[in-house]
Design a protein around this ligand. Structure first.
Ligand code: NIG
Ligand code: FE
Length: 412
């Protein structure tokens, strides 16, 4: 049955329409609808414009009447997280702040391997429950679509356990979860064999099951000295492409080479990029690969931010994601992190908002969200305010007062 509702009036709607995918954006390019309204039909946007005009155009419609000042944005899209995990790494955080480096902590038995051990100990049900809980926390901060990676299993069975847990979590969690296989996160310490032997096993034994069970269509790899080299990953990515998986890369976090891999394999996104130099920035800007900044990892590790300003000025498409994970990015608050990246990198409001809406949608190859336009999903993040500038100005402390997901009011 068709259900239509007119929502409004909003003091401002920022639909993020008419903006380009790549390069710098000025705030005056933002299309602002004053005294706006939106008609939603089932899960989609049917019409958007002036509230009073819509009322006349749809005389019989049910109205979700708003009182006071509200600003409406597209629901945020967090294109990179690792929220399916067991245990905690609070000890790593303390060690790091006491002066130990990421690699020193990893070598001392902390780091990713610690989370692998804890995640392997957890049952699928526990992982599902934790993932739902974390995803719903993201929803309250405005995120209506959330990517979630595996990568703490690192055997065929344990990776399957994670990806099945993410699939189960997606049935219950309020944001939509988009899963990614990150079996190429690191060479598991208990694997007897080289990087290439491990990756061959994963591609031969895991990839077909991912397809069969419809667990994900995205393959990620961590290209880094402590993980996999561009040589190691060749056959793995070729096999993934053969099977029609989309590729995404953890690139240039501590050293360069990842973004070249990303561009060479026509990856949808290259994420991290804290170590990218002008070379890598150029490569990305001249490619179709979306550059994804992860300020949460810079804040968690206490290191430099992704050169977001330079990427945008060079013409790259810049998305911003939380990287929420138990190690390098424990905070997991996308809006806070994106606004902080804006202050350090001198990004306009429009660029930051683009990074967590339609440019993030592009990083996940999702064409039905990220902008408020007819036919798109009615995923809305609504704030009590009379001006959209308040949202980033409050650096994450102004929380949404209302969230709609697929045309349903899920948080109020
Ligand atoms: O994106 N860089 C590699 N992987 C994660 C960290 C995961 C972890 O530390 O558990 C990241 O930062
Ligand atoms: Fe990550």
């Amino acid at each position: 049955m068709t259900q239509r509702t007119l929502i409004g009036p909003f003091k401002q709607i920022i639909p993020m329409t008419g903006l380009k995918l790549k390069g710098a954006i000025l705030d005056n390019e933002l299309n602002v609808i004053d005294d706006g309204g939106m008609v939603i039909e089932n899960e989609q946007i049917l019409a958007i414009g002036n509230f009073e005009d819509l009322k006349l155009k749809f005389p019989e419609i049910a109205i979700h009447q708003l009182k006071g000042n509200h600003v409406c944005l597209p629901g945020f899209i967090d294109a990179h997280t690792h929220i399916c995990f067991g245990g905690s790494r609070a000890k790593d955080y303390a060690m790091r702040n006491a002066g130990k480096s990421y690699l020193e902590i990893a070598n001392a038995g902390g780091g990713i391997w610690d989370t692998v051990t804890q995640t392997r100990k957890a049952s699928m049900e526990e992982l599902t429950k934790n993932t739902i809980k974390r995803a719903n926390r993201h929803l309250k901060n405005g995120t209506t679509t959330l990517e979630v990676k595996s990568g703490y299993g690192l055997t065929v069975d344990e990776e399957l356990k994670m990806l099945r847990a993410i699939k189960e979590a997606d049935k219950v969690a309020l944001p939509e979860l988009i899963s990614t296989c990150l079996a190429a996160h690191m060479l598991p310490k208990d694997f007897e064999g080289s990087e290439t032997v491990y990756l061959k096993m994963i591609s031969e034994e895991l990839f077909p099951v991912l397809k069969k069970e419809n667990l994900t269509n995205r393959i990620d790899a961590f290209i880094e000295q402590s993980a996999f080299s561009s040589e190691d990953i060749k056959a793995y990515f070729l096999k993934a492409k053969d099977l029609n998986f989309d590729i995404t890369v953890h690139a240039d976090q501590f050293s360069t080479s990842g973004s070249k891999v990303a561009v060479d394999y026509n990856a949808i996104s290259a994420d991290h990029l804290e170590a990218s130099t002008d070379n890598e920035i150029d490569l990305l800007a001249n490619s179709d690969t979306i550059a994804v900044a992860l300020p949460g990892a810079s804040i968690g590790l206490g290191c430099n931010f992704t050169p977001a300003r330079k990427l945008l000025d060079a013409g790259a498409a810049l998305a911003i994601a939380s990287d929420h994970n138990p190690g390098s990015a424990p905070m997991g608050d996308l809006l806070t992190q994106a606004s902080i990246l804006g202050t350090f990198e001198k990004l306009t409001n429009a660029e930051v908002l683009a990074g967590i809406t339609f440019r993030a949608a592009a990083a996940l190859k999702l064409e039905d969200r990220g902008k408020l336009e007819v036919g798109h999903l009615a995923d809305l993040a609504v704030f009590h305010s009379d001006n959209y500038q308040d949202i980033l100005y409050n650096q994450g402390n102004l929380k949404p007062c209302m969230i709609w997901k697929n045309g349903v009011l899920v948080f109020d």
